[in-house]
Write a protein that binds this ligand. Sequence first.
Ligand code: NAI
Length: 354
Amino acid sequence: MSVFSNSSFSEHELVAFHNDNRSGLKAIIAVHSSTLGPSVGGCRMYPYASEEDALHDVLRLSRGMTYKSALAGLPFGGGKSIIIGDPRKQKTRALLEAMGDFVHSLGGRYITAEDVGTGVADIRAIAQRTPYVTGLEDTQHGGDPSPSTALGVFLGIRAAVRHRYGKDSLNGLTISIQGLGHVGYRLARLLIEDGATVYGADINAANLELAVEELGVRPAASDEVLFLPVDVVAPCAMGAVWNRRSIAKLRAGIICGAANNQLATREDGDRLSQLDVLYCPDFLVNAGGIIEAHHQRQDSSESVRLTHIKRIETILAEVLKLSCERQVSSESVAEAMAEDILRGKEGVNHSIAA
Ligand code: NAI
């Protein structure tokens, strides 16, 4: 398995591997950048098909976290961790504590949180062995990030709809959501409250049923939900959903969802741009959760938090405008903005620091 020559390696500062025979833990932590502060990013547990897949995922996810925190004006770098395994079968207390020891061994260069396959209870177990965690239900560690993540994505959808249709409300629009978990469910509620008709799918039947019964989401098939003839499609499950084949089947004009790393490759961003699909970079619109975590740790007021999360709408509007003017993908524009911030050239025409 190559690391430095891996296609997702992007001058990462540190990649650490850990094997704990006693608990069965096999994990990787990747610190992409600590230029702006300690690296922060969730801990994903997933039954990766291969170790290469796991490495590829953690490298891409940690890089996305660098851009996310930079664009959000946060004093954090980008990092991520993954545990190789099925969270429904292999997650044990001993494994989580061993993960806590692994996180602790980096001495604070990486701060962990929930992600796909891990929840607040798991992070609490990790926190038994290290203080380097966030996303717990207390002011010391921050709170559940999902409601704020959903709010950020909702604001992103509003900015994209305003850009494309000149409308301030979602009334009468149709939106499909892939994945009705922590973020997708809350996003559906915000969209419906704003007058949109929401279609949703989830491979977990219980999650779909809840959204249908409690919110009035219209059920869709999991393999069709990304390709419905709707105004907006919101991927809120796993990443890499947009590739040559899926883009060919796309019928929505706007993509805006929470899932990290939605583009399988950089070329897929160019493809969407050439098809005049408004793609809202995931690392920009899903930053609400990390912004919330930051302000909970600071004990900021509700209005300070909300004002900061609302910047997502303003920054996305700027990204979409520049993307149209320059005829380059929105992903490239957002990455260039983040890199300017990392190089200390922030605020040329987009003052976004908190
Ligand atoms: P979650 O695990 O609570 O929900 C994901 C849902 O997607 C689950 O209900 C799952 O059954 C469903 N799902 C998985 N594969 C699917 C498929 N092929 N078709 C339909 N449904 C499928 O995760 P959460 O927290 O809602 O996060 C969703 C996405 O947003 C993830 O990619 C995560 O990395 C990203 N994200 C989440 C943040 C948060 O605050 N929770 C923050 C930033 C990004």
